[in-house]
Design a protein around this ligand. Structure first.
Ligand SMILES: [Zn+2]
Length: 271
């Protein structure tokens, strides 16, 4: 019924209703405990989010699972979006210099923030799936066969995508290929540090089975400690970014409501 009503309302009215709703939610959750670095609002708590699945708990998959303070009540950034944003803000030139940026399957909160940056050429793309609507700014792309030339981007942002792709080594090589020398890729994935080697099995194809084995119906693996080696095999120099190494942030305070166990995988295409 609710969906039917939304279908007959004009788009701008829906957007206005949503804006009011988010503004009200922002007020309701207002407080000084957390600050969302993406939208700059302050909250007493964030909203819970994530899947409460056995395999995620057993393998301690970082970046998955139910988190109590995960979603920003206003811009709806998740803890992993805020980690990426923190990195972009303090460790890249994305908010000041002319950069060519490819954002793969952009997260809505980051997309809404980055598309306003006039200094960057911001290209977004995802693999279209039947039955879904995509904004006209988001191109249809296949990460294993990108239609961009070599050295076309200064930065590729590709988070929580590789675990969906069967031939992930081809996808990593494609990201490496379209990056300019000296370019950087942010390559966040759900990862289990309990696994020395990545767990994957191409014979597991059913939604229920994938959920049971990999923690989500459309994941094809759980990355383990060898994720870094896989990126290196594609040509990247890999660094792990820990936001709490920055002096202003402390694990105890955790002002941005980050996942304290999560580090960001950054791949460089060296000169
Ligand atoms: Zn926010």
């Amino acid at each position: 019924m609710k969906r039917k009503l939304l279908n007959i309302l004009p788009g701008n009215l829906i957007r206005r209703i949503k804006r009011y709703y988010l503004a009200l939610r922002c007020l309701f959750y207002y407080g000084n405990r957390y600050k969302c670095p993406v939208c700059n609002h302050n909250f007493r708590k964030m909203l819970p989010g994530g899947f409460d699945l056995e395999v995620i708990k057993e393998k301690e998959i970082i970046g998955s699972g139910l988190r109590e303070n995960n979603i920003c009540p206003y811009c709806q950034s998740t803890d992993r979006d805020r980690l990426v944003f923190e990195y972009l803000k303090y460790h890249t030139d994305i908010f000041g210099h002319k950069l060519r940026v490819l954002h793969v399957s952009p997260e809505p909160a980051l997309y809404n923030r980055l598309r306003k940056q006039k200094n960057i050429l911001y290209v977004t793309g995802t693999k279209y799936a039947e039955g879904y609507y995509y904004h006209k700014n988001i191109e249809s792309i296949d990460l294993t066969q990108l239609h961009y030339g070599n050295d076309e981007f200064d930065m590729v942002i590709c988070n929580h995508v590789l675990e969906h792709i069967t031939d992930d080594s081809k996808a990593m090589s494609e990201i490496f290929r379209v990056l300019v020398k000296g370019g950087v890729a942010i390559l966040q994935v759900p990862i289990s540090l309990k696994l020395d080697t990545t767990y994957e099995d191409n014979s597991i194809t059913g939604h229920k089975d994938r959920e049971k084995h990999f923690g989500q119906f459309d994941h094809v693996r759980i990355y383990g400690k060898d994720y870094k080696n896989r990126l290196e095999d594609a040509g990247f120099k890999v660094l792990l970014y820990d936001p709490f190494e920055r002096q202003e942030l402390s694990v105890n305070e955790n002002k941005y409501a980050l996942n304290v166990n999560e580090k960001l995988y950054i791949g460089y295409k060296m000169k």
